[in-house]
Design a protein around this ligand. Structure first.
Ligand SMILES: Cc1cc2nc3c(=O)[nH]c(=O)nc-3n(C[C@H](O)[C@H](O)[C@H](O)COP(=O)(O)OP(=O)(O)OC[C@H]3O[C@@H](n4cnc5c(N)ncnc54)[C@H](O)[C@@H]3O)c2cc1C
Length: 192
């Protein structure tokens, strides 16, 4: 059976005046930073990539339930209004940068979360090219509505999706190979 995937959206925790003034805790964060979650019944945290930034006003992440997984199991079973114990970990190594050069975003499965966060944040300022791989289109085309809307509105210059299971398996690396000339052109033009 396909492991369930959930897009989880939390309200950010209330901040103290000190946190607000100094930008600490959940005062400022960006897509690609990490959410450290402490599940009930374990002293060890699990990390999840953030699919939103502080400007969005919500804390979003995409979680795949691992077979027998403690934390992912608790997260995908959360009900509206549920809470988690979590903290923010910056991840400056995974950032879109501040420039206006095009972005080539490549990801699969839950990896779409932080890429969708980048598109939401930069769509008005930078050309975006997204290559997104999933197992099944029916159950794993996450952010389908937003991506279709962003693509239609011209915010996404290119949206390429692949499905790796089914009659005609196609992987994201196959799509990149098909578009090699365009990817090379963009890279030579300074794309990140
Ligand atoms: C930088 C980073 C970013 C990440 N981002 C994401 C993200 O955006 N989304 C996401 O879904 N995940 C992400 N992960 C993975 C996530 O942190 C967890 O590792 C994942 O959710 C599994 O945690 P769990 O508590 O559910 O599983 P655990 O309970 O820790 O178990 C993990 C696996 O081990 C198996 N297992 C556990 N105990 C045993 C045992 N005694 N014997 C045999 N097998 C066992 C379980 O069946 C399970 O498959 C990220 C990880 C890192 C490091």
């Amino acid at each position: 059976m396909q492991a369930p995937i959930a897009i989880l959206r939390f309200a950010p925790p209330r901040l103290t005046l000190w946190q607000r003034l100094t930008g600490q805790g959940f005062a400022r964060w960006q897509a690609g930073d990490l959410l450290g979650v402490l599940p009930d019944g374990s002293a060890f945290l699990r990390l999840y990539s953030l699919a939103s930034g502080s400007r969005d006003g919500f804390v979003e992440t995409v979680v795949r339930k691992q077979p027998g997984g403690l934390c992912s199991g608790q997260l995908v079973e959360l009900q509206p209004g549920g809470t988690v114990r979590a903290f923010l970990r910056r991840n400056p190594g995974f950032s879109a940068g501040r420039g206006r050069e095009p972005l080539i975003l490549i990801g699969a499965g839950t990896g779409i979360g932080r890429l969708a966060g980048f598109i939401r944040a930069y769509r008005r300022h930078r050309p975006m090219h997204l290559f997104f791989g999933m197992r099944h289109e029916g159950s794993e085309f996450l952010y389908r509505e937003e991506l279709t809307e962003w693509n239609g509105a011209g915010c996404l210059s290119r949206l390429v999706t692949t499905t790796s299971r089914g009659e005609r398996p196609h992987h994201v690396q196959d799509a990149l190979r098909n578009e090699a000339a365009e990817v090379a052109r963009l890279t030579c033009a300074g794309a990140r």
